[in-house]
Design a binder for this molecule. Sequence first.
Ligand SMILES: Nc1nc2c(ncn2[C@@H]2O[C@H](COP(=O)(O)OP(=O)(O)OP(=O)(O)O)[C@@H](O)[C@H]2O)c(=O)[nH]1
Ligand SMILES: [Mg+2]
Length: 183
Amino acid sequence: MTQAANQPQTMKQVLKLVVSGDVGAGKTTFVRAISEIEPITTDEAVTDAATLLLKEYTTVAMDFGLLTVDEDLVLHIYATPGQKRFSFMWDVLAENCFGLIFLADASRMDSVLETNGIISYFQQYYPEIPYIVCVTKLDVPDSLAFSAVVALLGRDIQYLPLNPNNPEEVKDAAITLISLAMS
Ligand SMILES: Nc1nc2c(ncn2[C@@H]2O[C@H](COP(=O)(O)OP(=O)(O)OP(=O)(O)O)[C@@H](O)[C@H]2O)c(=O)[nH]1
Ligand SMILES: [Mg+2]
């Protein structure tokens, strides 16, 4: 009998999903919305003036959450810090990652461009990892339109509108990425 045949029938496949994107794009909110455990977060008080204009707390290392997709599949969901000075964590989190979801904040054009830079980084060093882009904050007054964000990023990939506060939308985004990765 092979070793595989000796494995318990209940063994689940574990996939590691990484969420990235600029500061405030909604990464921690994404993990909180989808995780079936209380997520592990590393939010600390913001200390730099530019980020303080946006938010009081920011991720300094990572977020972690867990979602059972079905009886065979569990997702481990990690989110990166958005601030560039914590970018050393991007490589730590990319290891053994099956797919990436980037969040682009439609309420700030400069933030969309920052996310574009983060996508370029992952594309340069991890070109084999499939990814999609979710456009967040489309409900915020005076945001860019979904189509404008898609045009700004200019990448021939799959885009989804997303409010990370909505668990159903977040789950749909994760399923879309799983389908892409398995196709
Ligand atoms: N209205 C609205 N608020 C959003 C949306 N996406 C994110 N937010 C809000 O934006 C705020 C910042 O979200 P976070 O999840 O902390 O952002 P982050 O990407 O983890 O930020 P860093 O860790 O600092 O890089 C939260 O108050 C979210 O509720 C959206 O689509 N619509
Ligand atoms: Mg965060």
